[in-house]
Design a protein around this ligand. Structure first.
Ligand code: SF4
Ligand code: FES
Length: 249
């Protein structure tokens, strides 16, 4: 396949960025999207040009490191799929593909397609932990958890922290991410110790980082590679009402 790529190039946070056009020939339909970018980068490097910076790690759809907006869609056109798991067979020979970084005030561009997602780490640090002693793994049945709660907690825990929900939201809200993290801990017995203060602390941190508010548009769930449900946002709101009444920490 031969492709015409338009890629956001921005040398650093302070510099102005722009879309730069590249023609990439002989792309195999079996390549992943990131492998296609690897090929482009090899060719750029051979020509002595600066390769395109992009994030990746596992390339198996589990770590949440990759991500870019492809033709206006976070993680590209395939539902429930991370960018690293998107394959070139979903594109056609001759396609023009525009590739941009996540766009959000709270995710400043570091370089090209790489954005700084440390705001997510600070939301987690504000309350996304449990203060149980982490010794050897206890016997699985020693703490009973109901099946519905365990299923819901596992669904919430699927969030890989990629940030596509923020990129897709017109308000650049981090509500789906924060709701997933708050929910998976509040549903389990181990998460009860901090439960009363967790939601308020995490939501306050989310606001402090400059993410927008949630207006129930639903783009977040549509873009989420793990299909995190908006039901968790309702759960977060309930947790927040109780939690906000507790003293600030
Ligand atoms: S909620 Fe979905 S889109 Fe948002 S960070 Fe988690 S996995 Fe990514
Ligand atoms: S590189 Fe890990 S999810 Fe894509």
């Amino acid at each position: 396949m031969d492709l015409k790529l338009r890629i956001w190039r921005q040398p650093n946070r302070a510099a102005e960025g722009k879309l730069v056009e590249y023609h990439v020939r002989d792309v195999s339909p079996d390549m992943s999207f990131l492998e296609m970018l690897d090929v482009l980068n090899e060719r750029l490097t051979q020509k002595g040009e600066d390769p395109v910076a992009f994030d990746s790690d596992c390339r198996e759809g589990i770590c949440g490191t990759c991500g870019a907006v492809v033709n206006g869609v976070a993680h590209g056109p395939l539902p429930a799929t991370t960018l690293c798991q998107l394959h070139m067979r979903h594109f056609k020979d001759g396609d023009a593909i525009t590739i941009e970084p996540w766009r959000a005030k709270a995710f400043p561009v570091v370089k090209d397609l790489v954005v700084d997602r440390s705001a997510f780490d600070r939301i987690i640090a504000a309350g996304g932990f449990v203060s149980v002693r982490a010794g050897a793994a206890p016997e699985a049945n020693s703490i009973p958890v109901s099946k519905p709660d365990s299923d819901a907690a596992m669904d919430a825990a699927e969030c890989i922290g990629c940030g596509a929900c923020v990129a897709a939201c017109p308000n650049a809200s981090a509500t789906l991410f924060t709701a997933a993290k708050i929910s998976h801990l509040s549903l389990l017995p181990q998460g009860q110790v901090e439960r009363q203060r967790r939601a308020a602390n995490m939501v306050r941190q989310m606001d402090k980082e400059g993410f927008g508010g949630c207006t129930n548009i639903g783009e977040c769930t549509a873009a989420c590679p793990k299909e995190i449900s908006q039901d968790f946002i309702s759960r977060m709101n309930r947790e927040f009402i109780v939690s906000a009444a507790c003293p600030k920490e």
